[in-house]
Ligand binder design. Structure first.
Ligand code: GLN
Length: 231
């Protein structure tokens, strides 16, 4: 096992379309998570190889040790703590519901009776939707990524999407054809994850690097770069 991160290369899994945390611009992977992990690596003297796998796929790749870590707007939850070790939290999030911009029928959970909603497989949004589906009488369809979920709602195949509010807000601000209709639900914070008991040196370096980026003001400028016009 590696004891120091210096000079090491780590393979990091991430989501595919989760702007402003990870997305492609002119073919390049960019976003808050990408800037954070790259800057922390540079600060701590290690190298990262990023794999854009999709959220659920990234978590599975981590569990089977195909990647060393995951940064994917991944919420720190008690359930996940049983299988992963998390860094210090780096962003507070929460789940929210959105519908197509021209939808005037769905204004709250009570309007979902008999309808189908969409959420990301393996996500907190999916867990939340499943936790209220019986009470409100709707069906939850799981899809792999946010872009596909939003298209599904716009195409009218599902009436609403449950996703993380900063991601919904970013897309809505870019006129993606959705609007949010409910308040955000209390959510968890995002953390960088390694497999339980694996790569403790990487986790420690992430925490040290994050603290340094915060004290130097770089963390705040990364957030400002991506969130200025959205959340
Ligand atoms: N924060 C949510 C979760 O961890 C969604 C993450 C994502 O879709 N990339 O479940």
């Amino acid at each position: 096992p590696r004891t120091s991160v210096a000079g090491e290369t780590y393979v990091i899994g991430t989501d595919t379309t989760f702007a402003p945390f990870e997305y492609r611009e002119d073919g390049e992977l960019t976003g808050i998570d990408m800037d954070l992990i790259r800057d922390i690596a540079a600060n701590q003297g290690f190298t990262v190889e990023i794999k854009s796998l999709g959220f659920d796929a990234a978590l599975q790749a981590l569990q089977s040790n195909q990647v060393d870590g995951v940064i994917a707007g991944m919420s720190i939850t008690d359930e996940r703590k049983l299988v992963f070790d998390f860094s210090d939290p780096y962003f507070d999030s929460g789940v929210q519901m959105a519908v197509a911009e021209d939808n005037t029928e769905i204004t709250g959970y009570a309007d979902l009776a008999g309808e189908t909603v969409v959420a990301k497989r393996g996500s907190e949004g999916e867990t939340f939707a499943n936790s209220i589906k019986d009470e409100y009488g709707f069906t939850v369809k799981a899809l792999a990524d946010s872009a596909t979920m939003y298209d599904d709602v716009k195409a009218g195949n599902s009436v609403a999407v449950f996703d993380d509010y900063p991601v919904l807000a970013y897309g809505i601000n870019q006129n993606n054809g959705l609007k949010s209709v409910t308040e955000k639900e209390q959510g968890s914070s995002y953390g960088f994850a390694v497999n339980k008991g694996q790569n403790p040196e990487l986790l420690a370096a992430f925490n040290t690097g994050l603290a340094e980026l915060k004290s130097k003001g770089d963390y705040q400028s990364i957030l400002d770069t991506y969130l200025e016009q959205s959340v």
